[in-house]
Structures are given as C-alpha cells and as structure tokens.
Design a protein around this ligand. Structure first.
Ligand SMILES: Cc1cc2nc3c(=O)[nH]c(=O)nc-3n(C[C@H](O)[C@H](O)[C@H](O)COP(=O)(O)OP(=O)(O)OC[C@H]3O[C@@H](n4cnc5c(N)ncnc54)[C@H](O)[C@@H]3O)c2cc1C
Length: 288
C-alpha cells in the first residue's frame, strides 16, 4: 500500500462518515431512513461529474434507476439530485437530455422528486434548457446559484414558467464579469433572490447553512405563508436542522454517496475556510 493510498483511506474514513453516506445505494437509504425517523427528507445524490466516458454515464444512469426503485420499495421520504455532466453533457447535450428524461420518467412513475444540481457557469444554459424541456408534469426542481450575476434573470424566467427552485450560494467560482467575488456580495444576492422567491414563488427550497439567511426566511414566511423547505448538506449544522424539523418546518438533508468522494470533499473543505470550522463540522453532534 502506498503512502498516498493509505492517506486517502484515512481521509475517506474521516470525511465519508461525516459528509457522505458511504459507497453504496444501501448506505444512502440507511441515512435517509434515519433522517425520516427524525421528521426530515433526504435528497440523495450519486457522486460523480464531468464524465467523458460513455460507460461511466451508463453506470450513473443505472445507479439512479436502482436508487429510484429502492426509494419506492422502502417508501423512503427521499428525492434524488442529478448533475447534467454526470449524465453525459460533455459527450453531447442530446445524451444528457436522453438520460435525464429516462430518469425523470422512472422517478415520476415511482413518485420520486428529481432535483437538478447546478454546476459550473459554462453549463448553466444547457442545464436550464434541459430542465425546462421536461418540467411539465412537475416532480422536478432546479438549483439556482446566488454567486452568478445572471441568476436573478434566470430565477424570474423560471418562476414565470412554474419551476420549483432550490436556492444556494454556489460551490463554484467564476470570472468577475459573470460572478460575485466576495462572500458578502454573494450573501447580499442570496438575500435578494430569496425575497424574489417569497414574492413570486409558491414552493421552494432555501439551501444554506447561513443562520442569518435562514432567520430572514423564517421571518419572511410568517407573513408570506409559502411552502418553504430548508435544506442543508449532510454533516454541516445537522443539529440545527433537526431542531427546525422539531419546530414543524419542512427540512431536507443532501446525502451524497458513491466512490467519487474527492471533488465533493474538496469543495466542502474549501468552504470550511479554516481548520477550526472544519474540525467543528467533523466533531459537532452528528444529528440524525
Ligand atoms: C441542499 C443543498 C444543495 C446544494 N446544491 C448545490 C448545487 O446544486 N450547486 C452548487 O453550486 N452548490 C450547491 N450547494 C452548495 C452551496 O452552494 C454552498 O456551497 C454551501 O451550501 C455553502 O454555502 P452556505 O450557503 O452554507 O453559506 P456560507 O456562507 O458558505 O456558510 C455559512 C456558514 O455555514 C457554515 N459552513 C458552510 N460550509 C461549511 C463546511 N463545509 N464546513 C463547516 N461549516 C460550514 C459556516 O459556519 C459558515 O460561516 C448545495 C447546498 C445545499 C445545502
């Protein structure tokens, strides 16, 4: 065993239990069951992105089809969340669209809600186009990222078409011309997009660990009375979200599983900012 692989093994053990469900479908379903027992939904994501090989895309589609069957059989309260570049966008837009349509059709039959993750800014147009081409019949929603300057326009146009939105700050970076550079600017835009959702939306998800934003949303909904779900990533502030569920709010936890844990963990590590936050996230009470 090389030094690198034993280091990988150690990091996997440390991070996987905290931020990921494990490698297999049954690991994700087990986490979903625990969340459900505590009154929370799961949003299950099979890790993987930027696939250029057909066999990997096919494996991802098969895994999602299996996941949908198991969610139905186990009667889990769980959505799935897919990435267009995992479904073949880099091979061709038609490939991703065909695979997305196949997954969505199976999910609709099984009454499983399908979320579309949003990736880097270069994929936003294709992702929105594929999503809107198949959104009729409902049971699907799309993520919008506050760090992108274009998102206000996208959000308004999607709301006009009746889309279901999951609002996030965004896990990627972009050029100064396309994106907001500082965390404060991103947060300001998040607040602005959130108030648009409260004004023009009906049913939407506020996906953040930013307690100020969550507090703003809770206050806004005292008068707006919208169908709001609060969502967080597995392993971050999960004690807090469990409390929200106990208070009667709708909550979901994003549960990634699979072998490809490195890019996902890298993004979480970058967000943790410095060691203190990371350690807090690793050792705080695990929640459900
Ligand atoms: C349900 C869900 C779905 C998502 N889907 C997408 C998607 O499709 N596309 C996309 O680009 N992004 C997605 N994200 C990620 C999101 O864009 C952010 O990268 C991530 O949520 C961190 O931003 P924040 O809103 O929590 O705010 P931040 O300002 O980053 O964080 C607020 C506070 O939360 C705590 N915190 C945040 N991250 C960590 C961490 N890793 N470790 C420890 N503490 C932390 C810190 O205390 C921090 O001060 C999703 C997030 C959630 C919750």
């Amino acid at each position: 065993m090389t030094m690198l692989s034993s280091l990988n093994g150690f990091a996997e053990k440390l991070l996987a239990g905290r931020w990921m469900a494990g490698a297999e479908v049954h690991n994700a379903l087990e986490v979903a069951r625990k969340l459900n027992d505590h009154g929370m939904r799961a949003i299950i994501n099979y890790l993987g992105e930027a696939y250029t090989e057909q066999y990997k895309v096919e494996h991802a589609v098969d895994t999602y089809m299996r996941l949908i069957r198991y969610i139905e059989q186990t009667k889990s309260s769980a959505d799935i969340s897919v990435k267009m570049t995992q479904l073949g966008l880099l091979i061709g837009k038609d490939v991703a669209e065909r695979n997305y349509a196949e997954i969505l059709a199976a999910a609709r039959r099984a009454k499983v809600f399908v979320w579309v993750d949003m990736e880097e800014s270069t994929y936003v147009d294709d992702t929105i186009e594929i999503y809107t081409s198949h959104m009729y019949g409902d049971m699907c929603g799309i993520c919008i990222q506050a760090y992108l300057k274009r998102s206000e326009k996208d959000l308004l146009s999607l709301l006009k078409r009746g889309a279901t939105i999951r609002l996030v700050k965004g896990a990627y970076t972009s050029s100064r011309s396309k994106g907001y550079a500082t965390r404060a600017e991103v947060t300001d835009n998040f607040a602005k997009l959130m108030s648009l959702l409260f004004g023009k939306g009906r049913s939407f998800t506020i996906a953040t660990h930013d307690l100020t934003m969550i507090d703003m949303a809770l206050k806004a909904n005292k008068t707006a009375h919208k169908d709001v779900t609060y969502a967080m990533l597995k392993g971050i502030r999960n004690g807090f979200i469990e409390e929200l569920a106990k208070q009667g709010e709708k909550v979901s936890v994003y549960v990634p599983f699979g072998e490809e844990w490195i890019p996902y963990s890298y993004r979480r590590l970058k967000e943790a900012g410095h060691l203190k936050l990371l350690l807090r996230s690793l050792f705080e009470r695990k929640g459900a």
